[in-house]
Design a protein around this ligand. Structure first.
Ligand code: ADP
Ligand code: MG
Length: 344
């Protein structure tokens, strides 16, 4: 059977079935943003790992090595943020093609270090190999939290309100601009808003302090980071929580840069926001009685919809018209006209 017949998430479910959770110390195993492992009665270790592959996740014709290092740290820190954790330790493994230079790897680690340091996370190990086919990056981040503080994908209940941090769709639009624009930090990308969107794609800012504050406040019933796209990641929360959700199209936060740039791009701002992915913002659900506990954050937080009993996602437009919202975010091995979708 071809893997595209199952899809990325079907394949992960198969792996999950082979390794049922047996240890009581495994609070959360396969299926959330990070594994949560009980070390003592108080301490929970969070562990997450992500790969970035040349030709799949990035293209060296439009990313610079500093940004690539930054982003490799960001995608993992974001998973720790989504669990309400504090990132502590990192491990980086590289498969390096001989055409890549010592200076480029140093630049990668400068970018990685800049972001990791700003969160007081330290690099403690990794692995280095030669690769025959492009650059392979694998990053693991370990973090800590407490069981009572931790948030997962599975706690959303009907009636809970759906919130997101920041604005959505910028990164996907930035990628579109980079693919047609040029190299490194949007250097050859024209226009102020285009450059800002490109930078959102190349150097996303993981919402670590925000995730921690939301978790500590105790207001959220579930939390996830938006890595695959709003529709997909909300879909993950609903699947794990066995609920559905409705989203109001005109409440989805869209930046002014995205609105301006989208006029020249292939899709509408809303399409980028719903299915673009790689925003690394947080999505969380809050029971109405807990909304007053929402902590003050330095970035905007927007209520975009509600959790409902009926499974499935729906999108409600300004006129009140309801349409089915299919999870259309990024999925490795998703068959499209018989071909697996790739990020680039
Ligand atoms: P995220 O987008 O937050 O990084 P993923 O969709 O990559 O999450 O993964 C979902 C869950 O599946 C996570 O718990 C992850 O650890 C687990 N997972 C993914 N691939 C594998 C694999 N090959 N073996 C074991 N667990 C996996
Ligand atoms: Mg995640």
């Amino acid at each position: 059977m071809k893997i595209s017949a199952l899809g990325e998430f079907g394949l992960i479910r198969n792996i999950q079935r082979l390794f049922p959770r047996t240890s009581p110390s495994t609070l959360i195993g396969i299926g959330d943003d990070a594994a949560a492992l009980r070390l003592s009665s108080a301490a929970v270790l969070l562990a997450t790992t992500d790969m970035l592959l040349e030709g799949v996740h990035f293209d060296l014709s439009y990313t610079d090595f500093y940004s690539l290092g930054w982003k490799s740290a960001a995608v993992n820190l974001s998973d720790i943020a989504a669990m309400g954790g504090i990132p502590r330790f990192c491990l980086t493994s590289l498969g390096i093609h001989p055409r890549i230079t010592v200076e480029q790897i140093a630049e990668f680690y400068r970018g990685f270090r800049a972001l990791a340091r700003s969160h007081k996370a330290v690099l403690v190990g990794g692995d280095t190999c030669r690769s025959r086919n492009g650059l392979v990056i694998s990053v693991t981040v370990l973090g800590e939290t407490k069981k009572a503080v931790m948030r997962t994908r599975s706690g959303a209940r009907p009636g809970d309100r759906v919130f997101v941090t920041g604005s959505l769709g910028d990164s996907a639009a930035g990628l579109e601009i980079l693919k047609t624009g040029g190299k490194g930090q949007g250097a050859r990308v024209r226009g102020r808003e285009e450059k800002k969107l490109a930078l959102k794609h190349l150097r996303p800012i993981p919402r670590v302090a925000e995730g921690r504050a939301i978790a500590l406040s105790g207001c959220a019933s579930a939390m996830i980071d938006i890595s695959d796209g709003l529709s997909s990641d909300l879909g993950h929360v609903c699947e794990q929580s066995r609920v559905g959700a409705e989203i109001h199209a005109d409440k989805v936060p869209l930046s002014r840069d995205l609105r301006r740039a989208a006029k020249k791009l292939k899709k509408t701002s809303l399409e980028y926001a719903l299915s673009g992915g790689e925003d690394y913002e947080l999505l969380f659900t809050v029971p109405p009685a807990q909304i007053k506990k929402l902590p003050p954050l330095k970035i905007p937080v927007t209520e975009i919809g509600m959790i409902v009993r009926e499974r499935g996602l729906s999108l409600i437009d300004g006129a009140g018209k309801r349409t089915l919202l299919k999870p259309r975010g990024y999925e490795h091995f998703r068959p499209i006209n018989g071909r697996a979708k790739r990020r680039i």
